[in-house]
Structures are given as C-alpha cells and as structure tokens.
Design a protein around this ligand. Structure first.
Ligand code: GLA
Length: 696
C-alpha cells in the first residue's frame, strides 16, 4: 500500500495479486480510509495503459520494439524521499514482457495542499520504441453529478469560463498553437464530482499542467459513472521515439483538492505560485506605465518624454517602452518589419534609448523594454542573413502570422543569438531593469533541421524545452532584471514557464468590463501579483471604473497620458496612491471571490490579509448589454448585499472607501461596518467601489 498525503489532497495506491497497481482513493478524503474494502483488483488501475482497460482512454500508449502495442505494467518497487518539506514518492513499474520501465512520480507539497505528479518512461531494450501518449496524471474519479469547469477563448477572449455536466464519453479540453497555447485553453480544469462547487462549498479538484506547450485534459465518463481525468502535454503530433536507454519525462501536473469549495484550491495555487514558482513571487510589484495602447508604433522623443513625465506625475513606478523602438534597415513602423533587428531605430529616436532611460531614472521611475526574441520578420536584416534559422518544413509554404516567423530555438546557434541579443541590449543601455517578453504567433509547419526526418514530431516537446533553456539563461544572466511574460496577451499562463518570470500580461483585452471576467477566470490559477492589469481607453468606459478594475490586479496604465482630462489625471493619481496602500493585500493576500461575473451583471471579490484584520473589497456593476448576463448572479435581486464570509461576527470593522475619484470631496468618511455584508455600488453601470476594511 502506498499512501501519499499532501495536506488536503491525498492518494492511496495498492498492488493487486497479479502485480498491477490500483488506486484505492483520491481526493480530499483520499487518505482517510487506506484499507481497501474490496479486493484490490476491483479498484481502478492507477495508471491505465493501452490494451489494459480496453474500453477506456489510456494514459500511456507505446509501440514496443517488436511492434506490440499493448502495455501491462507490473509493480516493481516504491521509494520515498524527503523533498522541500514534503515527500517524493517514486513507484517503479515495468511492462510484463517488453523492457519498458515506467516510474510514477508524486511530490507532495503539504504546506500548499498540493500533489504534483509526473511520469518517467524509459526504454530499457535494444530497439527503438514509440511513445504516443504519456499523461502526467490519470486518476479515477467518481461522482453522482460530475462537472468540469474549463476556460478558453482566443485572443482578447482569454479565460472565458464554461462549466458543464460530464456525460458518457470523453470531454477533451486541449490547447493548440504551441507558442501561446493558453490564449486558446489555459492549462487548468476544475472537476466537481457532485455538481458544480461554489466558492466555499462542495468537493472540487483543480488540476493544472505546468507546461509551456500544448496541453490536454480528457475527462472520460464510462459506465456506472466511473470517471477518469487524464492530463498532461498534448501527445497528438508529439510522438517520441525512444532509442535504447532513452528516457522521457512528462511535464508535471498539480492537483489541489478541497472539500469546501473552489476558493481553497485557488488560494493554495496562489500561495504555491508566489512562493515556489514565480521569481521573487513574494515581493511587491511595481506600478507600470506602458506605451503600447498609448502610442502603438508612433514613438518620438518628445512624446515619450511627455509620457515619462506623465507617468511620474500619476504615481507610476516603472516606464515600459513597448513595441516599435527598433529596426535599423527595416524600421518597425508597423507589425510587418524589423523583428530580429534589436537595435534602436535612430530615425525615430536619433539619440537612442539612453536619454529616455536617464530621464526615467531621474524622475524616480525604473525603465523597461519590450522584446519578442523568439521571432523574426521576413522583412528584416536577421532574416536576410539567416533564412535557415526559422521553423519550417522542406518543400512547404511557410505560413506567416502577424507577418512573422518563429525562430528555431532547437538550434544552438539560434539560442546563442537570442541570449546574446538580450545581453547586448541590456549592456548597451544601463538602467533597464525590466523586459516584457512577447511571442505573437502560433506554430505551423513544425519542422526543424536539428532532428532527423523520422524524429520531427519531437519538436513539439523539444521546442518548449529549448525556449525554457533560453529563458533560464536570460534569467540567470540578469538576476536583477524583472521579466514580464506575454504572448499576444495571456498566451503563456502556465506554472512551467512562469518559473523564469515575475508577472504576465493577462490579456490584450483591456476593456475593463471584459477584464473583470478575464481576471476572474485567471484567478483560478494565478495570484493577482502576476496578473498585470492596466488602465486603458479600450471600451471607452468611465476612467474611474477602468482604474478600479486595474486596481484588483497588478496595477498600471497604458494610456496616452497627454490626453487625460484634469478629472482623469486626478483620478489616476488617486488610484495609484490608493493602490500603493492596498497592494500588499491584492498581491499577497488571500483571494475571496464573492460574486461571480459569469452570467451576471455584477461581481465582487476581496483580498484578505492572513488573520483577516485587513481586507480590500472590489465590487463592480456591469452594463447589462456587455455579455455574460444569463443564469448566474444576474438573477440576483439588486438589493442582495455582498456577503463577506471571512468576517468574524463578534469583531468590529472600520470601512474606508478608496474608490478612485477625481477629488477628495468624493471620498466618504470612514464608517463602521454593522453586520457582515456590503452594499453594491450605486450609479449607472459600469460602476465600481473599492473599500478597505480594518478590524478594530
Ligand atoms: C502583443 C502584446 C501587446 C503588445 C503588442 C506589441 O499583441 O500582447 O501587449 O506588446 O504585441 O506589438
């Protein structure tokens, strides 16, 4: 019997008489009754292989050297070692005939109630084998009313939520495009066995795959309500040939179970992300003022200096120069040219970047710069010199997306070039302490000169690992430079890639009404400290509303500061000042999602300090025509107040309204809360309130 305890999340495995490994229990009460009540053989297999449960989806599918396609794994041994306050369990299995070794690896993170799982497959024979699919995790689940929640949507539509009842058959939720997969489907699902869980009630498991390429979740409902959830990297198009002695290690999947609703799973993932994944994840993040939505490609020194002054004036702490600053022979005046030519365009900026950087530092801000280092424009000096450096398949047209091609980072020389470019840009411009690292297209015609013709499908995995190598080199060469992860918005929202980054660009969609829902979705995986949220003009919403939405994430501005009215400028200052007061709560506190914006015309969320003595509550009323009004809280009576579940009934709380507004005259005096609810903001939607609660 193997008992794997990761705080609230537990797993019990046992070996049957015939040597197969079975799963006795999994979930919030997974380790409660480790003694099997039935013969072990009657429990589902712990890791089903092709040919075993012939009616079910396999977690592992291999073609052996002799051509056989079925695999039957027998238990060999189990070991346990200490690891980071938890344990690392390794369970060795081997095929009954072929020299195929499979190790199921489980790492517990009890401080976070998380269970991490990955699988190692080793070819111990003398011939090649093909590995078609290796799920990182494949637990059997059950439930009277199994529901799956997943997200997706594409560019500007990230994190659109779907919750559905699982019916017999297989529901697959898979990302595609390889480079910015989470744009389409972020790598997390929620499984609720007995009907949709709420924020604070119901059993639910969150499963996330920490992978920077395509991922795949298969939720299969078989007869008698037996469910299995397979999760891992997308195996389709990613078959691997393992030569003698070769090993393949799957990406990791993380499980967080809760018997008390979805909230605890998110808070566990947030704390884990901050403390174990994200770089400097427990540090406070700066307020960024970006140029993209403000100026696009129209950069000039006078305009930029005005933005920098404007940034200092409204309380910005970091000035970020986005796309458009580079390209010498092929100036970057739009998205058709210049990627790859990372030298300042002296036509636009005759004195280069240094005067801008120096001015930014003099004004007391830090300076950041946009790069898209994995890409090349066909219309660039780099491409003219190295047309063979791109991902392509011989004899096939290369598709362009956003007029660009993907550099082949599997090539050592290309990796060297990219790392070197970043070294050079940073060395040439002292004072840059932040880079926004973008990637703006999908992968098509996935071919590489680094792999033999019968190994091209390895690119799917190898390209992710090569990209991570480059990111790791940049992070280690420049430990003091913060990195923002971006891929056309939130195209890389995974716990694997985030290891090299400090934060990410949540979505290009900055319409605050849409952003409320996007940030809500993203909060199921990621802490607000990494979810960049900037005030822009998108959607033409009231400025104060845009500011109140941005304040619920990692705050910033992306608006032409020269165009602010006096009221807007005052509101911007008030928002930044208020945010700086509460950002420890937003970025490091515990998130309580209070009222869902999905299918609703209002939403509320709070960030609470450990112990509950301070909290900030954000409440938004959304225009009814903005989409999403349906059968959710939209049916809630307008006077139903917002319930604050963490408040102690006996305690007294002082409330201060910090909703951004142009003048202090709009601010109300602090007042004392009676009861444990708050009222919705009043006014024409969209309208927000932001309130700080302090225990007396
Ligand atoms: C992508 C990013 C944007 C911006 C542009 C620049 O779309 O998501 O934030 O940086 O590229 O071209």
């Amino acid at each position: 019997m193997v008992v794997i305890e990761a705080g609230r999340t537990g797993l019990v495995l046992a070996v049957g008489d015939d040597g197969r490994l079975h799963q006795i229990g999994f979930g919030p009460g997974g380790v409660a009754s480790p003694r099997p009540e039935l013969p072990v053989a009657l429990y589902p297999l712990a890791y089903p292989t092709f040919g075993e449960e012939v009616l079910r989806e396999p977690a592992l599918r291999v073609t052996h050297a002799d051509g056989a396609t079925s695999t039957r794994l027998r238990f060999v041994s189990a070991s346990i070692a200490d690891h980071d306050g938890g344990a690392l369990h390794r369970i060795e299995l081997v095929d009954r005939v072929a020299p195929l070794a499979v190790t199921l690896c489980y790492r517990t993170w009890p401080a976070y109630d998380l269970l991490e799982q990955w699988v190692e497959v080793t070819n111990g024979g003398h011939g090649d084998i093909s590995v078609h699919r290796v799920a990182a995790t494949a637990p059997a689940l059950s439930g009277a009313a199994p529901h799956l929640t997943h997200w997706g949507g594409g560019w500007a539509g990230e994190w659109t939520e779907t919750t559905e009842r699982l019916t017999p058959g297989t529901k697959s939720v898979a990302s595609a495009g390889a480079v910015r997969p989470s744009l389409h489907r972020p790598p997390i699902v929620l499984f609720a066995p007995a009907g949709p869980a709420t924020e604070d009630a119901g059993s639910v498991g969150a499963c996330s795959v920490a992978w920077g390429g395509d991922t795949r979740f298969d939720a299969e409902v078989a007869l008698h309500g037996q469910v299995r959830l397979l999760a891992g990297h997308q195996g389709r198009g990613a078959e691997r040939v393992l030569g003698p002695g070769d090993q393949f290690t799957s990406p990791s999947a993380y499980w967080a179970w809760s018997g008390a609703g979805i909230g605890p799973t998110s808070r566990a993932l947030h704390r884990f992300a901050r403390e174990q994944v994200v770089r400097d994840g427990t540090a406070i993040r700066a307020t960024v003022v970006n140029t993209w939505e403000a100026l696009f490609f129209a950069l000039d020194p006078v305009g930029l200096l005005a933005q920098i002054d404007g940034a200092a004036d409204v309380g910005g702490e970091l000035f970020l120069l986005d796309d458009g600053w580079f390209g010498t022979t092929h100036p970057r005046n739009d998205d058709t040219t210049g990627l790859g030519d990372w030298e300042v365009d002296r036509r636009k900026l005759p004195d280069g970047l240094q005067p801008l950087i120096d001015h930014t530092l003099e004004r007391g801000l830090r300076f950041g710069l946009w790069v898209e280092p994995e890409m090349v424009s066909p219309d660039s000096a780099l491409y003219a010199a190295h047309p063979d450096w791109v991902i392509a398949e011989p004899g096939r047209d290369r598709r362009e997306e956003r007029n660009q091609l993907v550099l082949d980072l599997c090539r050592r020389d290309v990796r060297g070039f990219v790392v070197d470019v970043i070294d050079r840009v940073l060395a040439a411009h002292p004072g840059i302490t932040y880079l926004k690292w973008d990637a703006n297209r999908d992968l098509t015609e996935p071919g590489t000169t680094t792999l033999a013709s019968d190994r091209q499908s390895h690119l799917a995995v190898d390209r992710v690992r090569a990209t991570w190598k480059v990111m790791e080199a940049v992070a280690s060469n420049h430990p003091d430079v913060e990195l923002m992860l971006c891929a056309s918005g939130g195209g890389r929202s995974d716990l694997g890639t985030l290891r090299w980054f400090h934060e990410l660009w949540t979505s290009d969609n900055t319409d605050p009404v849409a952003r409320v829902r996007i940030q809500w979705g993203a909060s199921h995986l990621l802490p607000a400290s990494v979810l960049a949220a900037h005030v822009t003009r998108w959607g033409d919403r009231p400025f104060a509303f845009a500011a109140a939405v941005a304040m619920s994430g990692r705050f910033g501005f992306d608006v032409d500061l020269r165009t602010l009215t006096d009221d807007e400028r005052a509101t911007a200052r008030a928002a930044a000042a208020a945010y700086h007061e509460i950002r420890d709560l937003v970025q490091q506190g515990d998130l309580h999602r209070l009222v869902s914006p999905v299918g609703s015309d209002r939403t509320a969320l709070a960030y609470v300090a450990p112990g509950g003595e301070r909290a900030v509550v954000f409440a938004y009323r959304l225009p009814a025509d903005a989409g999403g009004v349906g059968d959710g809280a939209g049916g809630m009576a307008a006077d139903t107040p917002i319930d604050l579940p963490w408040l102690e009934a006996e305690a007294r709380y002082v409330i201060r309204n910090i909703t951004p507004a142009p003048s202090a005259a709009d601010a109300t005096e602090p007042f004392e809360l009676t009861g444990t609810t708050l009222d919705w903001p009043i006014g024409e939607a969209p309208v927000a309130t932001v309130q700080v609660l302090t225990r007396r």
